[in-house]
Ligand binder design. Structure first.
Ligand code: TYD
Length: 219
């Protein structure tokens, strides 16, 4: 039973806990917007778990270290992404949603589709099989896809001065493919995935996201 929360706006109507994910190429500017969404939901009195992938659990964070820094075969990479996800779902995401806590997650399976299938060339059928195995029947309630040209994103990543990881070191054409795969996925699931023009100033993006959340969840 997930309908345990009261919706402060509606008085007594129960509100099912939702699973919200953020996606986009590296440097798309998700991080500060994730913080804003978590703060907005908490301000409405909702219990919220903030997490990320790969990661989100002690084991997942160890897999993240390997994934971000070790060279590996692309299928190994895809399977480790889904292994970390399985653990994350079993020990955090599913219990949170079942207990009425909203989950806001930086990346989920759309990232595997974009990076491993689109970017690296993993066979689509292998992705589909892994996704069906690891989370049959579960998709985020809402995915905010931060879309912008890879050249703009690369300049943002470079300006942070932080050492780039294995993905951030990829060339422009890799990110062009990742971006295209994300947009293909969004076209296939237009109700779930909202494409956000991430080249705009953060305040405008934030206002658009607040509007989307209000329309979807707090009408
Ligand atoms: P991210 O947390 O966005 O990186 P950062 O901490 O630098 O903001 O994501 C880590 C990287 O992992 C990112 O480059 C995308 C990649 N990734 C995949 O390739 N496949 C996946 O399934 C996921 C979840 C992430």
């Amino acid at each position: 039973m997930t309908d345990t929360l009261l919706d402060p706006a509606a008085g007594r109507a129960p509100l099912r806990a939702r699973f919200i994910t953020f996606e986009g190429i590296d440097g798309a500017g998700k991080s500060s917007q994730i913080e804003a969404v978590v703060a907005l939901l908490r301000a409405r009195g909702l219990a919220v778990e903030q997490s990320r992938e790969p990661g989100g659990t002690p084991l997942g964070e160890r897999l993240r270290e390997l994934l971000l820094h070790e060279t590996m075969h692309l299928e190994t990479e895809a399977m480790l992404m889904f292994a970390a996800r399985r653990e994350h779902l079993a020990t955090r995401i599913e219990p949170a949603l079942a207990g009425g806590r909203w989950v806001v997650c930086d990346r989920f399976s759309d990232a595997t589709f974009a990076y491993q299938v689109g970017g690296r060339g993993l066979a689509r059928a292998k992705f589909d099989a892994l996704e069906r195995w690891v989370h049959p029947g579960l998709q985020p309630d809402l995915t905010l896809l931060f879309d912008l040209p890879p050249a703009v994103a690369a300049a943002r990543v470079a300006s942070t001065g932080v050492d780039p990881d294995r993905f951030e070191r990829e060339q422009r054409d890799f990110f062009e493919r990742v971006r295209a795969a994300y947009l293909e996925r969004a076209q296939a699931a237009p109700q779930r995935i909202c494409v956000i023009d991430a080249a705009r100033p953060p305040a405008l993006i934030r206002a658009e996201i607040e509007r989307i959340l209000c329309e979807r969840f707090f009408p």
